[in-house]
Design a protein around this ligand. Structure first.
Ligand code: CAA
Ligand code: FAD
Length: 379
C-alpha cells in the first residue's frame, strides 16, 4: 500500500489550490451575502478542465482519476463550497452518468459540451414529496410512442437556472414501482419547461438552487438514458459516485476551517500567551486534525475503489457520513477558537460553518447514509 500521490495528482491539487486562492477567495464573502452564482469562476474552472475531470479525452474531458477529483474538490471547498458543488454535480452526477450509460449520440451531443465546461448540467431526482424516499416519484413521463410527455415538479435543483442539460427522473409505469422510472435528458428551452424561484438558503448561498416545473414537455425517446425503466438504478448508481464528491467537499470545508483556526490560534494573544499555548485550544486542534485525516482517508479509499473498478457504494456513504459530521464539528470549533471574530463575516469561518450543514443533507442525508451502510454491514 502506497500513501503517495503521483506527480500528476500533486500538480492538479496545486492548480486547484492556486485557483481557489486567486480566483475564488477575493469575492467569496460578497457572493455569499448577495447569493450570487460564481459564473465567471465556473467558466474559468471549465477552461482548467475541472468540469469534466474524469471524462475521457475522447469526449473532451481531462481523463483524470477519482483521486485527483477528491484532491481538487478538497482545495476548492476550503474556500468556496458554492463553486465546488457545481464541480461535484457536473462531474459525478451528470458527466459520469452520461459517459457510463449514454448512447454515442447522447455523448456527442450532451457530454462533450458539459466536459468542456461550455455548459453545465443538473441532476433532478428530488421532489416536494420525494426526498429521502426517492422511489416515491410523482413526476410522470408518459410514453407517447416517439416521445415522453413530462409533467411534474422537481425541488431543490442545484444549477437550477444556470444549467443547460438536465437529467430528470420520472415515473412512466407506476405499476412497476421503481422499475417504472426513466432517466430523461431535458434541455433548457424545451416548451413547457420553466424554472421556479431561487431558494434563499442558510449556506452555499452562491449556489443556484431552484424548483423546476414541467408542463407537457415533449422529450424525444432518444433522450432516455439506458433501457426503459432503468432510471432509478441510474440515479442510485450515479449517486454512489456523487457522494465521493460531496464527501470531499465536506473534507475541504473542514480543512479550510481548521487551517484558519490553526493560524488564528498561533497569532491571537490572551493571558500573555498565544491561544495555541493553551492546552484547551491545543486539544481542540488535535481532535480536528485527527478527524480531518480520517475523513481524507475515507474519501481517498472510496475514490481508489472507484478507480480500480471495485464496488464503492458503501465506502462512498461512509466517507460522506463521516466527512460531513467532521465538517460540522470542525467548523463549529473553528468559530469558537476565533471567539467574537469568528462570528463576523470577514474571518470566513462563520460561512464555512453555514456551508458545512448542507453536506449532511444533500445527496442523501446522514440517516440515509446509515441505512445504506447498515444494509451492507448486515448483508
Ligand atoms: N447502486 C445501484 N443500485 C442501487 C443502489 C446502488 N448504490 N442502491 C440501491 N439500488 C437499487 C436496488 O438494488 C433496488 O433495485 P432492485 O429492486 O432492482 O434490486 C432499488 O435501487 C431500490 O433500492 P431499495 O430497495 O434499497 O430502496 P429503498 O427505497 O428501500 O431505499 C434509498 C433506497 C437508499 C433510501 C434511496 O432512496 C436513496 O438513496 N435515497 C436518498 C436520495 C438521495 O440521495 N437524493 C439525492 C438527490 S441529488 C442531490 O442531492 C444533489 C445535490 O444535492 C448536489
Ligand atoms: P426528507 O426526506 O423529508 O427527510 C427529513 C428528515 O427525515 C431527514 O433528517 C431525514 O434524514 C429523515 N428521514 C427520512 N427518511 C428516513 C428514514 N427512513 N430513516 C431515518 N430518517 C429518515 N436534489 C436533487 O435531486 N438534485 C439536486 O441538485 C439537489 N440539490 C440540493 C441542494 C440543496 C441546497 C438542498 C437543500 C437540497 C438539494 N437536493 C437536490 C435535495 C436533497 O437531496 C434532499 O433535500 C435530501 O435528499 C433530503 O430530502 P428531503 O429534503 O425531502 O427530506
Amino acid at each position: 500500500m502506497y500513501f503517495e500521490f503521483s506527480e500528476e495528482q500533486l500538480m492538479i491539487r496545486q492548480a486547484a489550490r492556486d485557483f481557489a486562492q486567486t480566483e475564488l477567495k477575493p469575492g467569496v464573502i460578497e457572493r455569499d451575502e448577495h447569493q450570487r452564482f460564481p459564473a465567471e469562476q465556473v467558466k474559468m474552472m471549465g477552461e482548467l478542465g475541472f468540469l469534466g475531470m474524469m471524462v475521457s479525452p475522447k469526449y473532451s474531458g481531462s481523463g483524470m482519476d477519482a483521486i485527483s477529483y477528491v484532491l481538487v474538490m478538497e482545495e476548492l471547498s476550503k474556500i468556496d463550497a458554492s463553486a465546488s458543488v457545481v464541480v461535484s454535480v457536473n462531474n459525478s452526477l451528470v458527466c459520469y452518468g452520461l459517459e457510463k450509460y449514454g448512447t454515442e449520440e447522447q455523448k456527442q451531443k450532451y457530454l462533450v459540451p458539459l466536459a468542456k465546461g461550455e455548459v453545465i448540467g443538473a441532476f433532478c431526482l428530488s421532489e416536494p414529496e420525494a426526498g429521502s424516499d426517492a422511489t416515491a416519484q410523482s413526476t410522470t413521463a408518459i410514453d407517447m410512442g416517439d416521445h415522453y410527455l413530462l409533467n411534474g415538479t422537481k425541488n431543490w435543483i442545484t444549477n437550477g437556472s444556470t444549467a443547460s442539460t438536465y437529467l430528470v427522473m420520472a415515473q412512466t409505469d407506476a405499476s412497476q414501482r421503481h422499475h417504472g422510472i426513466n432517466a430523461l435528458i431535458v434541455e433548457k428551452g424545451m416548451p413547457g419547461f420553466t424554472v421556479g424561484a431561487k431558494e434563499n438558503k442558510m449556506g452555499i448561498r452562491g449556489s443556484d438552487t431552484h424548483s423546476l416545473h414541467f408542463n407537457d414537455v415533449k422529450v424525444p425517446k432518444e433522450n432516455r438514458i439506458g433501457e426503459e425503466g432503468f432510471g432509478f438504478k441510474f440515479a442510485m448508481t450515479v449517486l454512489a459516485g456523487g457522494r465521493i464528491g460531496i464527501a470531499a467537499q465536506a473534507l475541504g470545508i473542514a480543512s479550510g476551517a481548521y487551517e484558519l483556526a490553526l493560524n488564528y490560534a498561533k497569532e491571537r494573544k490572551a493571558f500573555s500567551k498565544t491561544l495555541s499555548d493553551l492546552q484547551a485550544i491545543q486539544f481542540k486542534l488535535a481532535d480536528m486534525a485527527i478527524e480531518i485525516e480520517a475523513s481524507r482517508l475515507l474519501c481517498l479509499k472510496a475514490a481508489w475503489l472507484k478507480d480500480k473498478g471495485l464496488p464503492y457504494a458503501q465506502a462512498s456513504s461512509m466517507a460522506k457520513l463521516y466527512a460531513s459530521q467532521t465538517a460540522m464539528k470542525t467548523t463549529v470549533e473553528a468559530v469558537q477558537i476565533h471567539g467574537g471574530y469568528g462570528f463576523v463575516k470577514e474571518y470566513h469561518v462563520e460561512r464555512l460553518m453555514r456551508d458545512a450543514k448542507i453536506t449532511q443533507i444533500y445527496e442523501g442525508t446522514s440517516e440515509i447514509q446509515r441505512i445504506v451502510i447498515s444494509r451492507e454491514v448486515l448483508k
